[in-house]
Design a protein around this ligand. Structure first.
Ligand code: ZN
Length: 408
């Protein structure tokens, strides 16, 4: 098999010419003119190798290499072309160009396959325009009802269906993705962390995608004079919050097993240097690929909040916000990808994703798998995002041999 990394380089360069923020990183929001130009380029390349293009439900695109069995379920591969605002050159793009290159090699080498092979481009993965991540794949897989789309708007009040129409995207295939139509879904993606780099591995084989739970926590004390209130007569909400926040880090480290917990936002009232803080509100983001571990981390944190506040005679409120279920990817696919990497002498590592991905939504429909390629210094969603072309090439090789094995 002959993956050509020069072609991949050209694809990445070409797609990233379409950028609404050339002065700072890459900004390519779903159905913007830059996004449509990038999609047009990919579609043109996919047509060139003879794929059949479908414009699918939810704004997604599918390019099919028909298999010899017209009724067989498809093996899908791909990712997204939209970016966050001021994002990087690789997030999403890597998964689209590796799928495109794999499809090129399959046609050039006339690799026989019984199952159809589809290259897919998912719309609005990042949620940076419509504030709703994984939107295209959620609609396509039926996890988000079509009727709710009228209420999903960008910051200018344009609804998702309006934006789809304005971009000239005409749905040619309204059908939903169903289990009987799908054998597998594979996605190459940048790691967005630094585990592969640290361990000197070129490929990550994703076993699970972390579940996420968000909370708002409010600590209520009493605002008093900072000069006249003795230390033993205070109800200082920020002193309690500081101890809780410190223990969030300790709890995550103690539990381990891929647990991460973050307090990323804090507000203090009244917020004056000479007044004891009366109310503190902060966010809490806890993630783990295993629901039991995730729940036990949250129980421990909640108990800590209660203990610290009770001790200090403070009030508290823990408000659950959004949550995402953890997803286990296919063990069959991980084993197969591992075997293919070993055959090519590529150092691989079984890994967990702390970020959400479209492929998570396919885990209940078909065998879903993800290949991570290393992110330099773990950076992503920023202009500094970087992955070596050689590593993208290796990801493409593992993708190609896994897809052709599944579709054989
Ligand atoms: Zn992505």
């Amino acid at each position: 098999m002959a993956v050509q990394i020069e072609r991949i380089r050209k694809d990445i360069d070409f797609i990233n010419k379409f950028n609404a923020s050339p002065e700072r990183g890459i900004t390519r929001q779903t159905f913007s003119k830059e996004y449509q130009a990038a999609v047009d380029y990919v579609v043109k390349e996919l047509k060139y190798i003879g794929t059949e293009i479908s414009y699918c439900r939810g704004g997604n695109i599918k390019a099919r290499l028909p298999g010899t069995d017209g009724n067989a379920p498809a093996v899908m591969m791909g990712s997204h072309l939209d970016t966050v605002v001021h994002g990087g050159r690789f997030d999403g793009v890597v998964g689209v160009v590796t799928a495109l290159e794999a499809a090129r090699v399959i046609t050039e080498q006339k690799i026989a396959h019984r199952l159809p092979i589809d290259v897919v481009v998912f719309a609005e993965e990042e949620g940076s325009r419509f504030n709703w991540g994984l939107l295209g794949s959620s609609i396509w897989t039926g996890q988000l009802d079509h009727s709710r789309l009228e209420n999903i708007k960008d910051s200018g009040g344009v609804t998702y269906p309006e934006a789809t129409a304005r971009a000239g995207f005409e749905v040619s295939d309204e059908s939903m993705l169903e289990p009987e139509k799908l054998r597998a879904m594979l996605e190459v993606h940048i790691e967005q962390g630094a585990v592969l780099e640290k361990k000197g591995c070129r490929i990550g084989l994703v076993e699970a995608i972390a579940g996420i739970k968000h909370f708002d926590i409010t600590i209520t004390g009493r605002a008093d004079h900072a000069g006249t209130t003795p230390m033993d007569a205070r109800a200082d909400a920020l002193q309690a919050a500081a101890r809780i926040i410190a223990s969030v880090e300790d709890i995550a480290q103690e539990i381990g097993a891929h647990t991460v917990a973050t307090v990323g936002r804090i507000a203090c009232e009244p917020g004056q240097s000479n007044v004891i803080p009366g109310i503190v509100r902060f966010s809490l983001d806890v993630r783990n690929p295993d629901e039991t571990v995730l729940n036990s981390a949250i129980t421990t944190i909640n108990q800590t909040v209660k203990d610290i506040c009770d001790n200090r005679h403070l009030g508290f409120e823990i408000t659950p916000l959004g949550s995402v279920q953890p997803v286990s990817l296919s063990g069959e696919i991980v084993d197969l990808m591992e075997e293919k990497a070993r055959e090519k002498n590529i150092r691989s590592l079984r890994i967990v994703s702390g970020a959400g991905h479209d492929t998570a939504l396919f885990a209940e429909l078909a065998a879903a798998g993800m290949i991570f390629v290393p992110s330099a210094n773990g950076r992503s969603h920023c202009p500094e995002e970087f992955t070596r072309l050689e590593d993208i090439g290796l990801g493409c090789e593992v993708l190609l041999s896994t897809v052709t094995a599944l579709a054989a």
